[in-house]
Design a protein around this ligand. Structure first.
Ligand SMILES: Cc1cc2nc3c(=O)[nH]c(=O)nc-3n(C[C@H](O)[C@H](O)[C@H](O)COP(=O)(O)O)c2cc1C
Length: 220
């Protein structure tokens, strides 16, 4: 039976996962307004599964800026900073990390503060294996594979019975991505598999991380 989360009487101190550094690709922000009819957008949004074209860096940067970026951070008694990102998160703990795998490339981690992609060294085979797994569900073609990685300890530092909060946070991220993709004229398809084990199996000491979902993204 699912037990309701509850804030801890005393914060548990958590040391966040230290992601390896790597080659950085700085992305551009979306600095122009995006005028649209929200009612019409919600009416027309649908899962789009054609991924025949490559997503360029400019479009990828706009997507991540609008769907995932960090707006501000504040020190917390839990260890990691609490954050304000575009989408909400239980306790502002933001336990969901966003990774990307383009065809023929390793996993890259989206840094939501720097608005940059960081290569994850040694992840080439895992990225290819993830793309193969996604390819058993959809024709991924030139699509960019998105991987969600959950760091349960961040949310656990603030809440007892934290597990459902983290899974719901992953769903919130997917929901925002689906709306932003539609607004930018991109195809987006969430996938039912989690991405286990290939989202994290190339990292040392990744026991604190859990694959929490995959999705495909590309020009419509
Ligand atoms: C958590 C989740 C998992 C999904 N998994 C898949 C999947 O594995 N393959 C797929 O083609 N679509 C998948 N979808 C997309 C749904 O099939 C789609 O949202 C549903 O058919 C409703 O269609 P619509 O999004 O166009 O409204 C998934 C959606 C969600 C939210």
């Amino acid at each position: 039976m699912v037990v309701d989360p509850k804030p801890r009487a005393h914060p548990a101190k958590y040391r966040p996962f230290d992601w390896p550094s790597g080659l950085k690709l700085q992305l551009e922000p979306r600095d122009q307004p995006l005028k649209l009819d929200l009612c019409a957008l919600l009416e027309q949004r649908q899962t789009r599964r054609t991924f025949s074209n490559k997503l360029e860096n400019v479009a990828l940067g706009e997507f991540l800026w609008l769907a995932c970026r960090n707006r501000s951070s504040r020190a917390s008694p839990f260890g990691p900073n609490q954050e304000s990102r575009v989408y909400p998160s239980a306790g502002a703990m933001h336990p969901i990390h966003v990774l990307l795998a383009r065809r023929g490339s390793p996993w890259m981690r989206y840094d939501p503060i720097e608005h940059a992609l960081v290569d994850l060294a040694g992840s080439m085979e895992s990225a290819a294996a993830s793309r193969d797994a996604a390819g058993s569900l959809i024709d991924l073609g030139q699509g960019t594979l998105i991987g969600l990685v959950a760091e349960f300890g961040k949310t656990a530092a603030k809440y007892e019975n934290h597990e459902t909060l983290v899974w719901r946070d992953a769903g919130v991220a997917l929901g925002y991505m689906s709306i932003v993709a539609e607004a930018l004229g991109l195809a987006f398809c969430p996938l039912g598999i989690t991405g286990q084990p290939y989202l994290t199996d190339y990292l040392s000491d990744a026991t604190r991380l859990q694959a929490a979902g995959l999705a495909a993204l590309g020009p419509a």
